[in-house]
Design a protein around this ligand. Structure first.
Ligand code: SF4
Length: 886
């Protein structure tokens, strides 16, 4: 190989990234073996940044005196943020961190392009002038604190090389660079001046087969690229295949998903990522790993209230101590929080309210107590190293990372985070004592900056970003994403450097012309990387139509058919297609035994009528719905408040006469008191929303007054029972009934009343073989002689109305007699009661005997809001696979 023939003792090979260095070192060993060598000196090949770091280390070792602290990129960012925070412009900065990032970037670009920050050309825009004041402050701070940024460090190295105080290689060969900044160029020239030979080299391939292909969208590009790579690998297991994805870090998960789907087809590979034949270069933000995410969330907890979703994540987190031991208790505790619609609660309230966690999850409560007891230390100010100890103590108190053994990925992520913690302590050198909030902010910042990738073995298919792939030798290369909107990239000049200066000096992302030149150059480099190259672009992105980038428009176009790929059959389809459905008619559960206690009251009849399986699942399997927390009062809470308020109200009024005689202001006060007490009782947990509850109280008082007008207009009555409980046995089921209210008329007959805040339809609710609301008919059957009617008191702002049916005329306009309603003879009230008896007995008998068939009363309405679909599998009738792939 020509390149390696140029390597001699004292030669250093420089590359733009470590991936190319690693490939060259590997190839050098293979080349030496081809020469029949048994041993050879290692190739000194490293990325340019590592070479500079090596020079710096050599310089530091040589210097007897204290050397400046070389700032890491994160330390530098924090220093810039500090400068911006203390600048007069801070009050206008919407995002200080982003502004600091841009200022830092402008500083380095100017340094790399050898423009001093005080250059008069920077005075031409207001933003650049502001930047100059920040840059002066940064320079001063660095001088005072003996700090050095990475670009200034190169300047220092150049002077040291000039003084012959640093050893440099005899020969430097540069390979794979798309561009070299003037400062790096100056460093190389200085080396050259001191006697080092500098060679700029490229790897060229002679015969290349280049084509471009248009595919529907980015997903289609990724999937086709994966299928193409798989087809090559099957034919040529030794082939080196490169897949280049622009902005790989942003689409990493989609790429993994498509490649995994393709390579797991027909079980060729398993979903275990360590055995898949592809390797993706982009890592993930360390903070996005669940074990680290959980730790950061725990450290973020304070004395403030915690929203329900965070409470839920604490209760379900496997990364908190005793999570396995208390798993069921924690899950049950969450259902209690949801039952009471707890939308937020502080740690203190969790420990001390009436639903205290201490009674349900004592070990978690103990951990919370320990954490809370150390919260007072957060009022102090400490150095970063001091806060590191505190963070670790807090996490230990929580029992992080949990009692189960961490898996290999979690272990590696934890190790990476411990390194971040170690780095964090070095902030002592650049920060004074800081508050807990600041300390946590910097920890989160450092963690988010850390791009971490779980180690994976070498693989024949390399998935790379655009810059990484340049000059890496492959046999086959696919570069996707080359449409006219994405390639060349759009210019993105730095706002703190005047555009004219950026354009003149051809700084990165300065203008469209510069981006086009850069794009052409990088595309040419990619073209020389492999024997077979495919460029692809999408035809659309969302609704926008796309064309090939002008940089590749001259390349020969091919179609999907030209690739001759085998049909793609995702593993999900194979599994679905291989299904063998076995039908088992299992509609009958065991009959209720004498030792089985079934609670449910009238809901037994209601559920059995709606769907026998629903009754079985909810009442005997206890598969009840866990309600999600909702802001404010839920419909069920509002209904309960109304019931309680009416109970208290009629507890005082007793009969219509008293209601009619009561002075209006006394009645107003009574209604107000009843409503407020009811709200206080039901909505205790949401008492912090006082304004909202006040509005709800006013609304309810208005409704009740409107309703009382209807009570006043009725013929005379007395309220003889409120919330009365009655027990009965039907089909051997012991049932406890509770009825809202029983009124006695002047005739001595009784009517049964049920308050409803939702809509009611007596015809559907009470009649037919499967009544929706069997409660009142059931109650009616317990005292059929005295009862002469059943009524819904429908109280809601849309419809405020009596609805019901009776044996005699009740004098309430909307309530008809059975004779009128059902159009039968005059004795039909008793017949109706007997009819209800028969229907209800049948429902009870079916339930008791275990009748549990999937039979919704009205399909699809009955199933619409039912939570049991995953258990009853009512929708498991889909036989066709509607997915299609290219
Ligand atoms: S989803 Fe429909 S069929 Fe299934 S249990 Fe609920 S009501 Fe019955």
């Amino acid at each position: 190989m020509d390149l390696f023939n140029q390597v001699s003792h004292g030669t250093t090979l420089l590359t733009p990234n470590s991936r190319l260095s690693a490939v060259l070192i590997q190839q050098y060993s293979a080349w030496q073996q081809l020469q029949k060598k048994l041993c050879w000196p290692s190739l000194d090949c490293l990325p340019q940044n590592s070479f500079i770091a090596r020079l710096w280390n050599a310089y530091v070792i040589q210097q007897p005196n204290a050397q400046p602290l070389l700032l890491t990129p994160e330390q530098e960012q924090i220093a810039w943020e500090d400068i911006l925070r203390h600048s007069p412009e801070n009050e206008y900065l919407l995002q200080l961190s982003s502004a600091a990032e841009l200022a830092k970037s402008a500083w380095h670009t100017l340094k790399l392009w050898r423009v001093h920050a005080e250059n008069p050309h920077l005075k031409t825009t207001e933003d650049a002038q502001i930047f100059q004041t920040w840059a002066a402050a940064f320079e001063k701070k660095c001088a005072q604190s003996l700090w050095l940024d990475s670009s200034s460090m190169i300047e220092l190295l150049i002077t040291q090389i000039e003084k012959n105080s640093l050893a440099i290689p005899k020969k430097i060969i540069l390979l794979g660079f798309t561009e070299i900044s003037p400062l790096h160029q100056a460093l190389l020239e200085r080396c050259q001046h001191q006697g080092c030979e500098v060679i700029y080299n490229t790897i060229t391939k002679k015969q290349r087969d280049i084509a471009r292909i248009a595919l529907n969208d980015a997903d289609s590009e990724m999937r086709t690229m994966a299928r193409w790579a798989k087809a090559i690998l099957e034919e040529q297991p030794e082939a080196r295949i490169g897949c280049v994805v622009p902005r790989l870090e942003d689409v990493r998960e989609q790429v993994i998903q498509h490649f995994s789907a393709v390579f797991c087809e027909e079980n060729t590979f398993t979903l275990n990522h360590t055995t898949l034949p592809f390797n993706i270069s982009a890592g993930k933000n360390l903070a996005s790993y669940p074990v680290i995410h959980a730790a950061i969330h725990l450290l973020k907890l304070s004395t403030a209230t915690i929203p329900a979703e965070v409470l839920s994540s604490i209760l379900h987190s496997p990364f908190i101590g005793d999570a396995e031991y208390e798993m069921l208790n924690r899950a049950r505790y969450e259902t209690l929080l949801r039952r009471d619609n707890i939308t937020s609660m502080s740690l203190q309230q969790l420990l001390e309210n009436k639903l205290t966690i201490k009674n349900h999850c004592p070990r978690l409560a103990e951990r919370m107590r320990t954490v809370l007891d150390s919260f007072h230390l957060r009022h102090e100010k400490k150095f970063a190293s001091g806060w590191t100890h505190y963070f670790i103590e807090q996490l230990n108190a929580w029992g992080w990372p949990g009692e189960r053994s961490v898996d290999s990925h979690e272990y590696q992520a934890i190790q990476a985070w411990l390194k971040v913690m170690a780095e964090y302590t070095t902030l002592d050198g650049i920060l004074t004592q800081i508050s807990y909030q600041q300390a946590l902010y910097y920890l989160i910042y450092l963690t988010a900056q850390k791009v971490f990738q779980v180690e994976s073995p070498a693989a024949p298919i390399q998935i790379l970003g655009m810059l990484e792939a340049a000059e890496i030798p492959f046999d086959y290369l696919w570069v996707m994403g080359l449409d006219d909107s994405a390639w060349p990239q759009s210019p993105n000049p730095n706002p703190f450097i005047p555009q004219r200066l950026q354009k003149k000096l051809k700084m990165p992302h300065a203008n469209a012309e510069r981006e086009l030149q850069y794009g052409i150059q990088l595309t040419q480099q990619l073209q020389s990387c492999a024997d077979v190259i495919i460029f692809s672009h999408a035809l659309k992105s969302d609704d926008a139509e796309l064309r090939p980038s002008p940089i590749i428009s001259d390349v020969k176009a091919i179609t999907l058919n030209d690739l001759r790929l085998a049909d793609f059959n995702p593993i999900t389809h194979s599994i679905f297609a291989s299904q063998k459905i076995e039908f088992l008619n299992d509609e009958t559960a065991p009959a209720i035994g004498c030792d089985e206690v079934v609670r449910g009251g009238t809901s037994i009849f209601k559920l059995q009528a709606a769907c026998p399986f629903k009754a079985f699942a909810e009442l005997r399997l206890h598969a009840r719905k866990v309600e999600p927390p909702a802001l404010g009062l839920r419909a069920m809470d509002k209904g309960e408040i109304l019931h309680r308020a009416m109970e208290m109200l009629w507890g005082v009024l007793k009969d219509q006469t008293y209601l009619l005689q009561m002075p209006q202001d006394t009645l107003d006060k009574l209604v107000e008191d009843c409503v407020d007490q009811a709200i206080h009782h039901i909505a205790e947990s949401t008492a912090n929303n006082r304004r909202y509850l006040g509005l709800e109280s006013q609304r309810l008082q208005r409704l009740i007054h409107q309703w009382l007008d209807r009570e006043k207009a009725r013929p005379p009555f007395k309220v003889i029972k409120i919330e009365e409980e009655r027990k009965l046995t039907i089909a051997n089921l012991a049932i406890t009934l509770r009825v809202d209210r029983i009124d006695e008329l002047d005739s001595g007959r009784q009517i049964i009343i049920d308050y409803k805040t939702g809509k009611t339809h007596p015809n559907k609710d009470w009649f037919g073989d499967r009544p929706n609301e069997p409660q009142l008919p059931l109650y009616c059957t317990t005292d059929s002689l005295k009862t002469c009617g059943i009524l819904f008191a429908q109280i809601n702002s849309e419809e405020m109305k009596w609805k019901g049916i009776s044996g005699i005329d009740l004098g309430i306009p909307a309530v008809k007699t059975v004779t009128e309603e059902r159009n039968t003879d005059a004795s039909s009230w008793q017949n109706q009661i007997e009819n209800w008896q028969t229907i209800l007995e049948k429902l009870a008998t079916d339930f008791a005997q275990g009748k549990a068939n999937i039979d919704p009363k009205e399909d699809p309405q009955t199933c619409e809001h039912c939570h049991l679909k995953p258990i009853c599998r009512i929708h498991e009738t889909i036989t066709e696979n509607i997915l299609s792939y290219d």
